[in-house]
Design a binder for this molecule. Structure first.
Ligand SMILES: *Cc1c(COP(=O)(O)O)cnc(C)c1O
Length: 467
């Protein structure tokens, strides 16, 4: 579907004799096992060791520079080695690096929870920390299930999820994901979920209005809710963009309809904004575009500006109160990670929120998004481009073998990998999801850097389209 190694595909590097990067890569290959990688792909070289980062740039050990057009897996917001975040972290380190969060607390965890519950959609007044996006998803799933259990609704044990969704790769998160690439090998280990077709607008008929298509697709969700609501704890979705699912997009009206239906059927709504939160789609949170408040909001990735692993699950006071009871009632929520609410992570997140508070970030992003749209226009008529879609600071280019029929190349040909390799030669880090090339740059990118990024994609696509 999306190529053998999906959204985490690895371009290779040159093996120049005497190159420091090549020597380090050899040491790496002798001891390391990389995530989401067929290590045999690195027989010919790589992975690429990075010596330092600055703004949108990464530099290798031979002094070559690469524009990080995908924010290092979508985590970076304000550039590498950001001076404001660096300063905040140094200060935090001098005071306190970490303390366990059970029975203890610290200023950065408190302040961050105060700030997140202030900027989140109204009604999300409680903050639970974890240490990765997947862990946040696990927390939300368990909390939803446990809420219903505490209410005596023990029949509620299942989750509704969208096809083509991605929620992480621990077993619970993987089970609610819908991208076969990640699930297939582990199928026998995964809990059973109710999967509903996605509102993904790429699939609509030519000329069909996206919002009308989205509303039409919602009928399938409604059917699932009608049939299963008594056994369902929650619906989990990625608002507006299914990022790991090849950046497929849908319209905000789906979220509005879903919020109303979840309320009506007594089912929670879990919004996984791990990738789309913090300004990525044009608003601080994607849910704002539908003016909805989910029952659980999962945040990670951009939360710390791309510095440290940290995640948060925000929920309502009503849900919190369902766990608040005498100890002997055994209603407490049971979930903990050693690094829950790590002080350095919380401080990096506070520094990130400070940047949002003191600079016109969303306004600037609107201008940058317009530049990306303009520069990508030249790709629209390319014989191998079926669609260019955009939501804020995410632009995706859907490559096909045949523009008219939208026939795709066989995944075995790994055309996306060819794009990545050619772009890297041109000094730009791209990482196509199968045959979908996308940009998700840090918000500090300039107009000139956007031009370079698009030029690299153009070269890459032309190279990839050759036989
Ligand atoms: C990346 C991602 C996750 C998983 O986060 P990790 O920190 O990689 O575990 C979950 N949901 C979405 C939407 C993501 O993009």
């Amino acid at each position: 579907m999306y190529g053998l190694y999906g959204h985490r595909e690895v371009p290779s590097m040159s093996k120049d004799a005497g190159s420091l990067s090549a020597a380090l890569a050899a040491r790496d290959r002798a001891v390391l096992w990389h995530p989401c990688t067929q290590m045999k792909d690195h027989e010919a070289g790589g992975p690429l060791p990075i010596r330092r980062g600055q703004g949108v740039w990464l530099e290798d050990f031979d002094g070559r520079r690469y524009l990080d057009a995908i924010s290092s897996w979508w985590v970076n917001l304000f550039g590498h080695a950001n001076p404001r975040i660096n300063t905040a972290l140094s200060a935090q380190m001098a005071d306190l690096e970490h303390v366990m969060l059970a029975g203890f607390s610290h200023l950065s965890a408190i302040e961050l929870a105060e700030r997140l519950t202030t900027i989140a959609p109204p009604g999300l007044k409680r903050c639970f920390y974890a240490d990765s996006g997947s862990a946040a998803v696990e927390v939300a799933l368990k909390m939803s299930f446990h809420y219903w259990r505490n209410q005596g609704k023990t029949r509620k044990t299942r989750f509704i999820t969208l096809e083509n969704s991605y929620h992480g790769e621990t077993l619970g998160a993987l089970a609610v994901g819908g991208v076969e690439l990640y699930r297939d090998s582990y199928g026998p280990l995964l809990m059973d979920t109710i999967r509903v077709p996605s509102p993904d607008c790429y699939e609509r008929e030519p000329g069909e209005d996206p919002a009308a298509y989205t509303a039409h697709r919602f009928e399938l969700m409604l059917e699932a809710l009608e049939r299963h609501h008594e056994e369902v704890c929650a619906v989990i979705i990625e608002p507006l963009v299914q990022c790991a699912g090849a950046m497929r997009m849908y319209e905000p009206n789906y979220l509005e309809l879903l919020r109303a239906a979840c309320t009506r059927f007594g089912v929670h709504l879990i919004a996984d904004e791990i990738a789309v939160g913090f300004g990525r789609t044009g608003t601080m949170f994607a849910c704002e575009q539908a003016r909805i408040t989910p029952d659980f909001l999962c945040l990670s990735k951009g939360l710390t500006g791309g510095y440290l692993p940290l995640s948060a699950v925000l929920t309502s006071e009503e849900i919190y109160q369902a766990f608040y009871a005498e100890y002997r009632e055994q209603k407490a929520f049971l979930h903990s990670h050693s690094y829950t609410g790590n002080a350095l992570g919380c401080r990096a997140a506070l520094a990130t929120l400070d940047i949002f508070a003191s600079e016109p970030v969303l306004e600037r992003n609107r201008a940058l998004a317009a530049v990306m749209a303009r520069d990508c226009e030249r790709l629209r008529d390319h014989p191998n481009v079926a669609e260019i879609r955009q939501r804020g600071m995410i632009v995706a280019i859907e490559l096909v073998q045949d523009k008219r029929t939208r026939k795709t190349w066989p995944w075995q040909e790994r055309r996306g990998l060819r794009v990545a390799r050619r772009a890297l030669e041109h000094g730009v880090l791209l990482r196509p999801l199968g045959n979908v090339v996308y940009f998700m740059p840090p918000y500090v990118i300039t107009e000139e850097e956007i031009a370079l990024m698009v030029e690299a994609a153009w070269l890459g696509i032309n190279t990839a389209a050759q036989d």
